[in-house]
Write a protein that binds this ligand. Structure first.
Ligand SMILES: [Ca+2]
Ligand SMILES: [Ca+2]
Length: 266
């Protein structure tokens, strides 16, 4: 029997395209893990002689969590200085990385942008991205996700953000559930501004309110899905937003409609 036909078919068949987040990794295996048993702004896990994080308002550590009481204008961790742990991961627009944060809302009133957010931008990237936690939904540049879910129940919820090797392209999971349409459809950062090489975590703008506590923050190089991943079939995504470039100023940046003053690190 001749196998030429089969071989020809195999050679001409389109290759199945692997998802950019086909690989999985548990956050306990990430490169850097901050369990809030000691202040992250005092730790130097990458041994570069600089604190890995900074905090505009030093959070209170209680029972292994970092607590924000909701009274601070800018709360918790902002690696926007040259030596921060976040900047060790994102040295080009297409650098891939993953951040996972486990957080609970513990009181207060959510504001129009929710009670907790993670904003990120790679070095020299043309735009930035934010994921907002609301009491009953999650919001990204792609719209509302997991609507009707109770996120203000006092329990911990796990947010994972993965930047793949494509400028402005992200995948997100909340409590292990993929919020992208599928594993080949990135959500594109469309924040209307860029703040190259930085991330802002927590209550960093006047549009975010409420008290929360962070159980841990973990970061790693590479884009990974969580081990406990759930992928739910969803309707077709909205059209990909047009990427916009807005120049940043030296000391005042815009995140969406919100302006945030950035302090230089000491
Ligand atoms: Ca360091
Ligand atoms: Ca902890």
């Amino acid at each position: 029997m001749r196998h030429t036909t089969l071989l020809a078919l195999l050679l001409t068949a389109p290759a199945l395209e692997a998802s950019p987040v086909s690989q999985r990794k548990d956050s306990s295996d990430f490169d850097f893990f901050y369990d809030m048993s000691s202040p992250p702004e005092e730790l130097d896990l990458d041994n570069n002689g600089e604190p890995d994080w900074k905090s505009e308002d030093t959070p209170t550590l209680m029972n292994g969590s970092a607590v924000s009481d909701g009274s601070n204008l800018i709360s918790l961790y902002q690696p926007s200085d040259d030596h921060s742990i976040f900047r060790s991961l994102n040295q080009s627009p297409d650098a891939s990385w993953t951040i996972e944060i486990r957080v609970a809302k513990i009181g207060g009133e959510s504001k129009e942008k929710g009670w907790f957010a993670i904003a990120t931008s790679n070095k020299d990237e043309s735009n930035s991205n934010t994921i907002f936690m609301h009491d009953n939904r999650v919001v990204t540049s792609s719209g509302d996700h997991l609507s009707g879910t109770q996120f203000a129940d006092g329990n911990f919820h796990t947010i994972r953000v993965a930047h793949i090797q494509e400028e402005n392209a992200y995948f997100f999971w909340v409590d292990g559930i993929l919020i992208n349409t599928d594993k080949n459809s990135p959500i594109y950062g469309d924040n209307g501004s860029r703040f190259t090489n930085s991330t802002f975590i927590g209550d960093y703008s006047s549009g975010i309110g409420g008290a929360f506590k962070i159980d841990y923050m973990a970061l790693t190089k590479g884009a990974y899905a969580p081990n406990n991943e759930t992928v739910i079939a969803k309707p077709e995504p909205k059209p990909t937003p047009v990427k916009k470039v807005v120049k940043e100023t030296s000391s005042l940046i815009s995140i969406g409609n919100i302006s945030v003053h950035i302090k230089d690190s000491e």
